[in-house]
Write a protein that binds this ligand. Structure first.
Ligand code: ACO
Length: 415
């Protein structure tokens, strides 16, 4: 993910002028902070609980598979064994891509190599092209939406895998079938990116990370998908918008930036500096320069992100079993550095890590290329997005808030 910081706004907002503006000012919250934007049966976030359709996230991470969670989110209830087998077969059957999408991915090699496009951009455009190839594209009925949601769920890992093959200059893995039909969603995603079938532990860690990323209420990207769907636009348009919103480093792009930050700390302090005040000094400089540390903080959670501890625990446990070095460091050392950074952040700023922080270390020690972390997030969050798009279409009202005018006072064109 390579997004440069925005430049400052053309003019700073000034105080509202009229009474009507004062009424609006009373209701105004910058960034819609604390504003209730709608109702949903898909997910509930409380300070002490994250729930997908009635099931708490620790319970799901421990006992469910990603396919079960995807069914829960899309079809609205926990699947029985027959429903699950049917769902898995439907997804596997839809994994392969239309040649138009495959050719686009192949043609994007130069843009990816030059850095003009990052994988999130290629994924966003691929989803748009998928829309052209989907016979249900313009049909917003519940049945058509469910069919499209399943196709998107099935095909996004294939896009991610093919894209990585293009980046690595190898033949597309699983071109005909979209991978290996015997593999789970998580295992197949890893297989298609690398050509190597993952171990059970690797597949399970990926599976749990997909469960954790699947859904999160009215976050920025999900809200984007609902705004697009609220105009009665189609699912592919809404998902393309969601991908654009997720790409930003303040949202999903933070999982890539969190790892880039850890690499930067390691490059600065060296292996010997880990566990020493050298890391404190690096962070103090970041605080002094008002730098935002990626993978920390959250708009809603103020006492910590429920998902972060789960992924940290799993990633660290797996890292202890991994031989060799990763970017110059043994896998457990990355987690040692990460834990030190977390401790300093808590002690000095009282800010908790969010799920993107352990994700960075976990995917890095699974040898997943950093620019694919946010596309993998999409491979999971597509379930939450499409569940929300279906919910929006089923009981729609255009989403259209107000704004406070801060421009010049009225003047005559011919004065
Ligand atoms: N690093 C340093 N300081 C931080 C951080 C951080 N990551 N997050 C919050 N703060 C500080 C702010 O500077 C601010 O301090 P101040 O009051 O002295 O100005 C205070 O904490 C409150 O922070 P806000 O920016 O007002 O919090 P907001 O709710 O607007 O932002 C956000 C939430 C965007 C997630 C923010 O914490 C952030 O930028 N984090 C880094 C990016 C990140 O990790 N995003 C992933 C979020 S999870 C997800 O999308 C999957």
């Amino acid at each position: 993910m390579a997004t440069t910081a925005p430049t400052s706004a053309p003019s700073a907002p000034t105080a509202p002028a009229s009474n009507a503006s004062h009424d609006k000012a009373a209701a105004f919250a910058k960034g819609l902070e604390g504003v209730v934007g709608g109702m949903t049966a898909v997910c509930s976030i409380e300070q002490d609980k994250l729930i997908y359709r009635g099931y708490e996230i620790h319970d799901l991470a421990e006992h469910a598979t990603f396919e079960e969670v995807a069914f829960l989110l899309l079809e609205g209830h926990k699947p029985d064994s027959r429903e699950l087998e049917r769902f898995k077969a439907e997804i596997v059957a839809e994994r392969a891509l239309h040649p138009a999408v495959t050719s686009f991915i192949e043609s994007s090699a130069g843009w990816l190599a030059s850095g003009r496009a990052v994988p999130m951009d290629v994924l966003r455009t691929s989803v748009s092209i998928l829309g052209h190839t989907d016979e249900d594209c313009q049909d917003n009925s519940g049945a058509a939406n469910l069919r499209k949601a399943k196709r998107l769920l099935a095909k996004i890992p294939t896009i991610v895998g093919h894209m990585q093959n293009v980046i690595d200059g190898r033949a597309l893995i699983g071109r005909e079938l979209g991978g290996d039909p015997s593999l789970s969603h998580a295992a197949n995603l890893l297989y298609m990116m690398t050509g190597r079938r993952p171990s059970r532990d690797e597949a399970r860690v990926m599976d749990v990370s997909l469960i954790l990323y699947a859904e999160h209420e009215f976050n920025a990207s999900t809200f984007t998908t609902r705004v697009v769907a609220g105009t009665l636009s189609d699912m592919h348009s809404a998902v393309a918008g969601g991908i654009g919103a997720l790409k930003g480093p303040l949202h999903g792009g933070a999982n890539e930036m969190a790892m880039e930050m850890l690499k930067e700390i390691y490059a600065s302090v060296g292996e010997k500096g880990i566990g020493t005040p050298a890391v404190d000094a690096w962070m103090q400089t970041a605080f002094d320069t008002k730098r935002k540390l990626m993978g920390f903080g959250h708009r809603v959670y103020k006492n910590g992100d429920h998902r972060a501890g789960i992924l940290m625990g799993l990633g660290k446990k797996m890292a202890a079993t991994l031989p060799g070095t990763f970017g110059g460091l043994a896998a457990p050392k990355w987690f040692e550095l990460g834990e030190q950074v977390q401790k300093i952040m808590m002690a000095k700023k009282n800010i908790h890590p969010n799920v993107d922080f352990p994700c960075g270390m976990t995917y890095f020690t699974m040898k997943i290329p950093v620019p694919q972390y946010t596309p993998i997030f999409v491979a999971s969050r597509i379930t939450g997005w499409t569940a929300h798009i279906m919910e929006q279409h089923a009981d729609n009202r255009l989403i259209r808030p107000l704004s406070i005018y801060t421009g010049p006072a009225e003047k005559k064109w011919n004065s």
